[in-house]
Design a protein around this ligand. Structure first.
Ligand SMILES: *[C@@H]1O[C@H](CO)[C@@H](O)[C@H](O)[C@H]1NC(C)=O
Ligand SMILES: *[C@@H]1O[C@H](CO)[C@@H](O)[C@H](O)[C@H]1NC(C)=O
Ligand SMILES: *[C@@H]1O[C@H](CO)[C@@H](O)[C@H](O)[C@H]1NC(C)=O
Ligand SMILES: *[C@@H]1O[C@H](CO)[C@@H](O)[C@H](O)[C@H]1NC(C)=O
Length: 676
């Protein structure tokens, strides 16, 4: 197909709208058996594994509380004024005009006037429109992660992963026997024999009907190819090790499906088998265990201290230092403590929280690790003696300073080992610190005109009435520590000249009409990072020739990861490789670019620093609303956002049974295909 598909609503997400509303059944005293059967939530309370229909019964038993609904609508409506893409998302410019589009303001108005049978239905309507984000109290599983593979004739089909049974045995424990017993006839107890089977049909339809149905409701990343790929399993480097990502067939964030019927051709068999296998719901990692409706609501649904913003100058909240804030649950990135978050972030919120399944031993890289490797950052030298590999699972992990220093140490080591070519594996990298992306571009490419003074992309922010007041407040002296995003400190104009401490930088706006709606933006903002942002000064010379750099991912590379990949590809001529995409679909090498992200609590904090806005609405429920606060300008069309400029990958590396989810095998293949 000649055009790429993209979807818009991305950095916006709303979690657990499921709130402290009115339980249909008062289950306050449901601990005795007589009441338990009347409370659908007591039926699943205290259990780890349950049937998806029982989870839905619990969710649907709660009616919409009009007070909660109007609170959520008000917060979403007000916060969208700070989301820079709202009007762009109504209809994208070419070549994305055929894409899924979203008129967020119209959606919110429609939802506010619609009556929903239950809070669950309201949650789905809101999260699909505003966020395409799933709730994830329970994760819904079948033990059959899928792959999209080509056979020796080059024919691409869907398969059950060959490692499916070993993953399921390692991660699902005694639940395996449930699935073993659910298999029909002679396959009963033979779950292992399904591993590696070719999928002929899913629910009686061609497999891609199911893949595309999921792509239509799964947001987070934009291109159709990338949303299709989300169905399949993949790997991801996390701070603690190599993870196996099941993919959205085997793992759903909502209790959507009760079972799936697969027509499969098992390895070495000549006749297909038809198997119906149930989904099972498991209490999510971040969910607070509960016994009944009231303990579910109290533990999981009411606003937490971090749900709303806070005045940065107020005494810190006393809370459990290990607790995870609502927004962090949905960032596919390591969790940072708030004191470490002063550096600008550009991070995506995925539509379900990350899980922590281990990549099987036989697929885990066993090459010697080079110094500089730490957490999500890993360095290896391939056996050809020429190709260095840098793995970067995220653009934030641990301390900002050591994160940047590790990148420099590892790349310097590769160079000293005589690497002349570099593979950067950014599979499932959802972004992080923008200046880490700038630094990586700078240390690879040296101090050239494509890097100095702006190593990533110029940006703009939205200039609504409240935003303009926040700048006026920030320059009035109420923000001596420069804690506010609206403080001019550290920002530069289009000529890369720093703003004065009292510069009212949103005073003169750039007024545009976008998709028929009037909108106001800031002046163009220049240089993102200065030497002040770099703990160690970058070397005077390039470490690698940009044309000898290949960036590899499954297309799920967003925010700061996308910023880095865009400047490497479009300014330095680096090669881009998407792994495992559908053959006949243009594969975008990155997802949402953004510029700088925040969320409702970040906006609310800005407002709370300025005490005269103290009456801004607080969210009553434990929700998250992501916001793209700045939007990056393009490399090729410098006057329009990079977001809607095409990013076709140079190579769609089709996966074979030998390559799939095997990072080292993929790097060797990339080295031989891209550099020769
Ligand atoms: C959103 O806010 C605008 C501006 O205050 C208002 O006109 C509109 O009615 C609100 N929409 C909803 C759905 O509340
Ligand atoms: C399939 O057949 C081949 C050749 O006989 C054999 O080596 C292999 O182990 C078989 N695989 C399975 C899963 O039965
Ligand atoms: C659930 O019930 C048990 C037994 O009554 C009790 O010990 C536990 O604290 C309860 N848990 C919650 C989350 O209410
Ligand atoms: C790198 O190249 C230099 C110069 O040719 C050589 O002395 C050195 O042994 C090489 N290092 C490695 C690790 O191969």
């Amino acid at each position: 197909m000649g055009f790429a598909f993209r979807e818009f609503v991305v950095l916006i997400g709303l979690l657990s709208v499921l709130a402290s509303a009115t339980p249909a059944v008062n289950a306050g005293q449901a601990s005795d058996d007589a009441n338990a059967h009347k409370d659908p939530c007591a039926a699943i309370g205290g259990k780890t594994w349950v049937a998806p229909k029982d989870v839905r019964a619990c969710y649907k038993s709660v009616k919409v509380d009009p007070k909660i609904k109007s609170n959520i609508i008000e917060v979403v409506n007000k916060t969208l004024a700070f989301h820079i893409s709202t009007n762009y998302q109504i209809k994208a410019p070419a070549p994305f005009q055929y894409d899924v589009h979203e008129d967020l303001m119209a959606d919110v108005a429609k939802i506010s006037h619609t009556n929903y049978a239950s809070e669950y239905d309201f949650h789905i309507a809101l999260s699909r429109a505003v966020a395409r984000l799933d709730d994830a109290m329970f994760m819904n599983y079948v033990p059959l992660p899928l792959n999209l593979l080509v056979d020796s004739q080059g024919k691409q089909d869907v398969y059950i992963a060959k490692e499916a049974f070993s993953i399921a045995s390692a991660e699902f424990g005694d639940q395996i026997s449930f699935w073993q017993n659910a298999l029909p006839g002679k396959l009963k107890g033979q779950l292992a024999s399904l591993s590696g089977a070719k999928i002929i049909a899913i629910n009686g339809r061609p497999p891609f009907d199911s893949v595309n149905a999921n792509a239509a409701i799964s947001g987070s990343y934009e291109g159709l190819g990338t949303r299709q790929s989300a169905y399949f399993s993949s790997y991801r480097r996390t701070p603690r090790g190599w993870n196996y990502v099941l993919g959205k067939f085997a793992e759903q964030g909502l209790p959507l499906d009760d079972q799936v019927t697969l027509t499969i051709l098992r390895t070495n068999q000549t006749r297909p088998d038809v198997v119906t296998i149930p989904y099972r719901s498991k209490l999510g990692l971040n969910s607070v265990p509960f016994n009944d409706t009231s303990s579910w609501r109290d533990g999981n649904c009411v606003a937490l201290p971090d749900t709303n913003g806070r005045d940065y100058y107020a005494p810190p909240l006393s809370k459990d230092p290990s607790s995870v804030s609502p927004v962090q649950k949905f960032q596919q990135q390591p969790h940072l403590t708030p004191s470490k978050q002063q550096h600008h972030l550009d991070v995506i919120l995925d539509n379900s929280p990350p899980t922590d399944f281990a990549l099987p031993q036989e697929l885990t890289p066993s090459l010697p690790l080079l110094d500089g490797s730490w957490g999500v950052t890993q360095f290896y030298m391939l056996e050809d003696g020429k190709t260095g590999v840098m793995v970067l699972g995220s653009f934030e992990d641990g301390e900002y300073e050591s994160f940047l220093d590790n990148m420099l140490e590892g790349l310097t080591n590769l160079k000293q080992q005589n690497a002349t070519r570099l593979i950067v594996d950014m599979t499932n990298n959802g972004g992080g610190w923008t200046c880490a992306a700038a630094y990586l571009h700078r240390i690879i490419s040296g101090p050239k005109s494509t890097v100095e003074p702006q190593a990533i992309l110029d940006t703009k922010t939205r200039a609504g009435p409240l935003a303009k007041l926040l700048v006026k407040a920030a320059i009035s002296g109420i923000d001596p520590d420069h804690a506010m995003m609206y403080n001019p400190h550290g920002r530069t104009n289009a000529n890369n000249t720093p703003f004065a401490a009292d510069e009212d930088w949103l005073k003169n706006t750039v007024d545009l009409t976008i998709n028929g709606r009037k909108d106001s933006f800031s002046q163009r903002l220049g240089r993102e990072c200065t030497s002040y942002d770099y703990p160690t000064q970058p070397p005077d010379e390039a470490l690698f020739d940009g044309k000898q750099v290949a960036i590899v991912s499954n297309g799920r590379c967003a925010s700061s990861c996308a910023l880095f990949q865009v400047v490497m590809a479009k300014r330095e001529g680096s090669k881009t490789v998407v792994v495992g995409g559908k053959q006949d679909i243009t594969q975008q090498y990155c997802g949402t670019v953004g510029g700088q992200s925040t969320d409702f609590s970040g906006i609310d904090s800005e407002i709370k620093v300025c005490l005269f806005f103290a009456r801004y609405t607080s969210l009553l429920v434990n929700g998250v609303l992501g916001v793209t606060w700045r939007l990056a300008f393009g490399v090729e069309n410098t006057q329009e956002p990079e977001e809607w400029q095409s990013h076709p990958a140079d190579l769609n590396l089709l996966l074979t049974p030998q390559l799939v989810n095997n990072p080292v095998a993929i790097w060797k293949e990339v080295a031989s295909r891209v550099f020769n």
